[in-house]
Design a binder for this molecule. Structure first.
Ligand code: TXA
Ligand code: MG
Length: 328
């Protein structure tokens, strides 16, 4: 299959047409690129799992362009869910609610809940609107690989596997949406993101952050390996451990690279590095592109620990998984 990469109006029109034909289409959002299909067309949804190589027991998020689409998708919207959606949607959050009977079980992997997300990205919203149906979509990477934050990342993973990539520039947020389970007794964050626990607590009073013990896989990375670059990756707790890990890898004949914020890069004394920028927002926006670039130019990635506070805590949730939990 030939994979087209198109931009602008032409891309949106072609995308909507392909969705109506039961095909899958990659599209940009403010978090990461998604791989979408008509959420009500089970054959189309199957093609998403096939293109990704994703196990079918991992549920998909349903993307909408307008809140009016909620009616056909969820049984009821609780007061708390409404408050969260009023405040943060459109934006980088997915809210899990009891699903309506109309949502196929192949989308939710047999669960009686569904994750709803309304992206803020204009191209995403226009594409969904034009498709005229809610769009089920995971991130547009091959299963277990790094999520794509640019059309070129999608192309690398999906060339020949899908008919169209809508190119909408690089993603502004850079990591996947916060997943908030509003079907739980206490609202629970299943995956941290740019909308933090503190921000949600302001609206909800209390939210539970995911505590670590897993019985049934509810969010990515708990059951399956996720966000993994193609080469060994470690997290360094500070600049001097990063330099030490780099030098050791070099001595072993590996080709190392350090991923760090600008302030740390200034201390690396000529060692090969990728600068993700000076601010927390920059780090979040650039981290996946840095991992993509790292696996391409190096055989060993040392990533700085960016801290556990706020948005950096969400970034480290992903990076720690990339590193398989290894800190040096
Ligand atoms: O930012 C994002 O959320 C991106 C863009 C494309 O919207 N999407 C994304 O999808 O990251 P994905 O499939 O890579 O990750 C969504 C995760 C799934 O792995 C699944 O574990 C969890 O959300 N999920 C989806 N529906 C769920 C449900 N009903 N209950 C619990 N977890 C759910
Ligand atoms: Mg994913």
């Amino acid at each position: 299959m030939q994979t087209l990469v198109l931009k602008g109006e032409e891309a949106i029109e072609k995308g909507a047409e392909l969705i109506a034909q039961g095909e899958v289409v990659a599209f940009p959002t403010e978090t990461v690129y998604g791989l979408g299909a008509d959420a009500f067309n089970e054959d189309a949804v199957k093609k998403i799992f096939a293109a990704k190589g994703r196990p079918s027991d991992n549920p998909l998020i349903v993307h909408i362009a307008d809140k009016s689409a909620l009616e056909g998708l969820v049984e009821e919207v609780s007061e708390g869910a409404k408050a969260v959606m009023d405040r943060f949607m459109p934006g980088p959050i997915t809210v899990i609610m009891k699903k309506s009977a109309k949502v196929p079980l192949s989308v939710t992997a047999g669960l009686d809940t569904v994750g709803i997300r309304m992206p803020s990205h204009n191209v995403a919203r226009e594409f969904i609107r034009r498709a005229g149906t809610p769009i089920a979509a995971p991130s547009a990477n091959r299963s277990t690989h790094i999520s794509p934050t640019g059309a070129a990342h999608v192309y690398e993973d999906m060339d020949g596997r899908i008919p169209l990539i809508i190119d909408g520039e690089d993603c502004e947020v850079g990591i996947e949406s916060t997943i908030l389970d509003m079907s739980a007794e206490v609202p629970t964050i299943l995956r941290p993101g740019a909308i933090t626990a503190e921000m949600l607590a302001e609206v909800l009073g209390a939210v539970k952050t995911f505590s670590g013990k897993v019985v049934v896989a509810k969010a990515p990375g708990m059951k399956y390996k996720h966000y993994a670059p193609l080469c060994e990756t470690v997290v360094a707790k500070d600049a001097s451990s990063a330099k030490k890990a780099y030098d050791e890898a070099l001595a072993e004949g590996l080709k190392p690279v350090i991923i760090a914020k600008s302030q740390t890069c200034a201390l690396l004394e000529g060692r090969t590095h990728i600068d993700v920028g000076p601010t927390d927002k920059d780090i979040c926006r650039n981290i996946y592109a840095a991992l993509h670039r790292g696996e391409k130019i190096a055989g060993f990635i040392v990533c700085e620990h960016f801290g556990d506070e706020g948005i950096c805590g969400s970034v480290m949730n992903r990076v720690m998984k990339s590193a398989g939990g290894k800190i040096v």
